[in-house]
Design a protein around this ligand. Structure first.
Ligand code: AHR
Length: 515
């Protein structure tokens, strides 16, 4: 009898093994393992004084006809509150290294104007300054991340900005803040020391920047029990030497984060392609380039590991996203581009990769929040569009602060022309209440994929799911039709004990939650 049942078990096991190895697409999730937390700050954002990002996008001023609360667009605020964005980086970007914060405080009518040389050469009237930014961050419930001016500023200027914002006693800067209507210090933690110092932030060598960083960081003081999280301006793309020199020359106790910037383009920098008009080969080229950030994280990470094996210093990917040709007829300096399902896949792939590397990647900021590059929100005078990228951030909410789970994915491929990639792209995590989160992107625009999922280690009773999909890879929302791409309930799955069968629609991104 015993031998019989043993035989039976072995036959069943063999059947299961052959079933799963035969399955062309299968995902095994180790639901009961994992000890790395996916930092919620990976889901961070970025708003620069660039084009219609701040002015018109976030800030319209209290006298505007556009519905606003104290000068902030109500519709944009509501969308950002819904998204629960963990942090917002400001004021740039390249703009940060020509911004003098003292120009943006006090009576708005008295504030000096300046030329925004990087972005369209327009006049910046400084009506959106430190207080306006801090109040906005408070209203939308996000943590501010400020980048100081190293390129054209001074150590004194940045040091005084920190004192103005964070000092809780009697001091020249704290007193000035109080005279400007803010009694309590804001206590900001995240400070960037310059931006792209290898380029628009001063064209420095890594050796020179490392020395400058040490000076700036020395005078970036902790006040009132608030310990600053200091972020050094890191490499562009695959400039591994920049990372090596900074890690070697900056004492580890002087920095908390090191940034990395990487933009996904189609074509070349000199000849960027359209955001909406592209063929399937270009689509796949774009997604392959987005996925390349995995290699960048690994290689920069290996250099960081050499100096910081404990992985205390965070890799801060504080600019990432797509960069296409601007929308026809718009100011080339404003970087206004549409946002399609292709952008949604770039976001899904990138966020899946950041999650996977959560031991080193402690923060990331998509560029940018409103009306610029891979925006999550596009606005006109009267209305707003939530882009496909917005919906990906919305779908991915459960991954924030969840425990990263390991998984094993077997996926079929999709190819167009000379481009080829795995069709499925996945990330898995476990929320504090034990719910297992599985985000799945099917980048094949033409084929539904049947995926066998094994939830190893959990006896799931209940699955809920939401997704976005669209008829075409360039489907996008417009002011005339705002819901071409939107989040909806997803039901095409079947649970049988540990095994879950999911029919992943062509051109879709799903978030499945198992409990
Ligand atoms: O996000 C737009 C620009 O891209 C930023 O200002 C700069 O840091 C980067 O080159």
């Amino acid at each position: 009898m015993k031998t019989k049942s043993l035989k039976g078990i072995m036959v069943l096991a063999a059947m299961l093994v052959s079933f799963f190895s035969l399955a062309q697409n299968r995902l095994i999730v180790n639901t009961d393992q994992g000890d790395i937390k996916i930092n919620k700050h990976i889901y961070g954002h970025f708003a620069e004084h660039l084009g219609r990002s701040i002015y018109g996008g976030i800030w319209v001023g209290p006298d505007s006809d556009i519905p606003n609360e104290d000068g902030y667009r109500k519709d944009v605020m509501e969308a950002l509150i819904n998204l629960e964005i963990p942090n917002l980086r400001w004021p740039g970007g390249c703009f940060a290294d020509e911004y003098h914060w003292t120009d943006g405080i006090g009576d708005p009518a008295e504030r000096p104007k300046m030329v925004n040389t990087h972005w369209g050469g327009v006049t910046e009237d400084n009506s959106f300054g430190t207080h306006e930014f801090m109040n906005f961050a408070k209203k939308i419930g996000t943590e501010p991340y400020i980048t100081g001016n190293v390129g054209s500023g001074s150590v004194e200027e940045m040091s005084k900005w920190i004192e103005y914002i964070n000092f809780d006693g009697v001091s020249p800067m704290a007193d000035l803040r109080k005279r400007n209507g803010q009694d309590e210090p804001w206590g900001i933690r995240y400070w960037g020391v310059g931006n792209e110092s290898w380029g628009c932030g001063g064209n420095m060598t890594p050796e020179y920047y490392a020395n400058e960083y040490r000076r700036y960081a020395t005078y970036a003081r902790n006040y009132g029990g608030n310990r600053l999280y200091k972020i050094a301006g890191g490499a562009n793309n695959w400039d591994y030497n920049w990372t090596e020199v900074l890690m070697k020359n900056i004492p580890l106790n002087m920095m908390d984060g090191l940034s990395l910037h990487y933009y996904t383009i189609a074509g070349s920098w000199e000849n960027k392609k359209s955001a909406t008009d592209f063929d399937k080969e270009t689509y796949l080229e774009t997604l392959r380039k987005a996925a390349f950030i995995d290699e960048l994280i690994k290689r920069h990470g290996t250099i960081m590991d050499k100096y910081d094996p404990e992985k205390r210093i965070g890799m801060i990917i504080d600019e990432w996203g797509t960069w296409f040709e601007v929308e026809p007829g718009t100011n080339p300096g404003f970087l206004y581009q549409q946002n399609t399902m292709r952008d949604a896949h770039v976001a899904a792939i990138s966020l899946n990769i950041f999650n996977k590397n959560a031991d080193r990647v402690h923060m990331a900021n998509i560029a940018q929040t409103v009306n610029v590059l891979q925006a999550i929100i596009l606005t006109n005078e009267t209305d707003l569009i939530l882009t496909p990228t917005y919906h990906v951030f919305d779908l991915y909410k459960p991954h924030k602060d969840a425990t990263l789970l390991s998984h094993d994915l077997k996926s079929e491929e999709v190819s167009f022309g000379k481009e080829k990639m795995e069709a499925l792209n996945v990330s898995t995590s476990r929320s504090e209440d034990g719910t297992v989160n599985i985000s799945i992107a099917n980048i094949n625009p033409d084929k539904k994929i049947d995926l066998d999922v094994v939830l190893r280690g959990i006896d799931a009773k209940n699955i809920t799911a939401e997704y976005i999909t669209a008829p075409a890879i360039n489907s996008h929302n417009t002011f005339e039709n705002k819901e071409v791409v939107k989040k909806a309930a997803f039901k095409d799955f079947k649970l049988n004990k540990e095994n879950l069968k999911v029919s992943v629609p062509a051109n879709s991104i799903i978030m499945l939650r198992a409990k």
